[in-house]
Design a protein around this ligand. Structure first.
Ligand SMILES: Cc1ncc(COP(=O)(O)O)c(C=O)c1O
Length: 339
């Protein structure tokens, strides 16, 4: 990897050396297998292809100044994947097996973990699919769990910059009592039309409102939302958003910094009162928001008038990145060093 330009990497797929796989058959999970093939061979009548029995996760490994590789809160991703399995009737993978698979796939692809200086990371993508030939709508008899990894570039190439997002009231990403709280492929398919439309109009993301009443903030396409007002960190509570591990971590760090954390339904009009606002998730950690346009009612909320990220967002961003890269103490045991 000597001639690799790590800082120029995009958030995209690049072939690495190995992936790991594990099958659930006859009511139990088998041994973890290592593969160097990028291809999976599955039956055309597999339930994942027809009825959307598919879930995935996303987490990262970081190389520190000390050369050690750190994975961030993988137990949380393991637990969330179990929640996804319960939500669409797939087999649950024990968290210990999930963690073993993460350790193994990262270790096997060690040479693809970008160096500290690059600001890049190794993205880890676990997924689970329903297998077996079946035509009726019912859960699959067999499942496959796998993880591949791919190095990804720093999210903010030109520095930590706020962007515009939009509200499009005619689209929902999830139903009020549907699958919004779990990480299943169908949610992302459902968000593609609105997402592409927002991009065409020059927005970084769609900020969804609650699908039942359209009164409260939900989350952005692939990230949670939070606002800062005075000394408060305010983030939506809802039955249709994914519990973000980044958001959960930021809430802890915000409380440690002396902020009051409010997790509650957030009326859309409250946007007018925020000093700062941001998207948060594994990909960007924090992506500050400069302006929110509620397109259907022609209303704009300007958050960052000077086009710069706010001081609280910046402080939280530096703190969390510091823990992930090993520059800050890991007070809560969030980091696993891959030996
Ligand atoms: C819909 C959605 N919300 C929020 C997030 C952020 O979650 P996390 O911080 O665990 O990456 C993601 C990404 O996983 C997502 O897909």
């Amino acid at each position: 990897m000597e001639n690799m330009n790590w800082s120029d990497l995009a958030f995209g797929y690049m072939k690495t050396d190995y992936n790991v796989r594990c099958y659930y058959r006859d009511g139990k999970w088998g041994e973890l297998e290592v593969s160097s093939s990028e291809i999976i061979n599955i039956h055309m009548a597999a339930t994942c292809l027809h009825y959307g029995q598919e879930s995935f996760e996303g987490l990262k490994a970081f190389k520190g100044k000390d050369g050690k590789i750190r994975v961030f809160r993988m137990d949380e991703n393991g637990k969330r994947m179990q929640a996804s399995s319960r939500g669409i009737k797939m087999a649950e993978l024990p968290v210990e097996m999930f963690e073993e698979a993460v350790r193994k796939v990262v270790k096997l692809n060690e040479r693809f973990v970008p160096p500290y200086e690059s600001g890049a990371a190794l993205y880890i993508r676990p997924l689970m699919i329903g297998l077996g030939a079946q035509v009726g709508v019912k859960p699959a008899p067999e499942y496959m769990f796998m993880i591949f990894v791919t190095p990804v570039g720093p999210y903010f190439k030109g520095g930590f910059k706020p962007s515009k997002v939009c509200i499009m009231r005619e689209y929902d990403r999830a139903a009020p009592q549907g699958t919004g709280t779990i990480k299943v492929g169908g949610n992302y398919a459902a968000s593609l039309v609105a997402g592409e439309k927002a991009k065409e109009k020059g927005y970084a993301a769609v900020l969804y409102l609650d699908p039942k009443e359209k009164k409260y903030l939900d989350e952005c396409g692939p990230a949670n939302f939070f606002g800062i007002r005075g000394n408060s960190y305010i983030t939506p509570q809802s039955h249709s958003i994914l519990p973000s591990i980044t958001n959960k971590s930021l809430q802890q760090l915000a409380a440690d910094m002396g902020l009051t954390v409010e997790r509650r339904p957030v009326p859309v009009e409250e946007l007018a009162t925020f000093d700062e606002a941001a998207e948060c998730g594994t990909a960007a950690v924090i992506a500050p928001i400069s302006q929110i346009d509620d397109l259907d009612i022609d209303k704009s909320y300007v958050i960052a008038k000077d086009g710069k990220p706010g001081p609280v967002c910046e402080k939280l961003y530096n703190k969390l990145r510091g823990i992930q890269y090993g520059d800050e103490p890991d007070t809560y045991g969030w980091v696993t060093i891959i030996e």
